[in-house]
Design a protein. Structure first.
Length: 141
């Protein structure tokens, strides 16, 4: 119980700090994650289904997140030419600029992990890795 309480409370603290940095950009962490994912894609666009799969969120959440980004002018949506029922989300130039600025600000505040050394951050990652691999968050090497 102590471990899960600590993890959940740390999550709340970090999310609050990160959201405070992202708020001036009109972003939440979920929207920021989607923008980062699109910047890392080859063409700057991905099917909505792929976004949900990679971020491990429900399709409705992806739709809400992307629709908010579209309203902000950070993302465009269009039919997927390779899937008649699918939709592609693509990052706009304004989205790239916003993502870059937000990332700079998050890096300046060390993503809320400034209380830890680089070595300790590595230990945190190593401790959480088995949980994330088991959940399918990424593949074990």
């Amino acid at each position: 119980m102590a471990a899960i309480t600590s993890v959940m409370r740390a999550h709340q603290i970090l999310l609050s700090e990160v959201d405070a940095v992202l708020k001036p950009y009109g972003l939440t962490f979920a929207r920021y994650e989607a923008l980062v994912l699109l910047t890392f894609s080859k063409a700057g666009e991905l099917p909505m289904s792929k976004i949900g799969e990679r971020l491990m969120v429900h399709p409705t959440s992806v739709t809400n997140t992307v629709d908010r980004l579209v309203k902000s002018g950070l993302v465009d949506k269009r039919p997927n030419p390779n899937d008649g029922r699918g939709t592609l989300a693509s990052i706009t130039e304004q989205g790239r600029v916003t993502c870059d600025k937000a990332t700079r600000d998050l890096m300046a505040m060390e993503f809320g992990l400034g209380a830890y050394s680089a070595e300790e951050c590595g230990e945190i990652f190593a401790m959480l890795r088995p949980l994330r691999v088991a959940a399918g968050d990424f593949q074990d090497e």
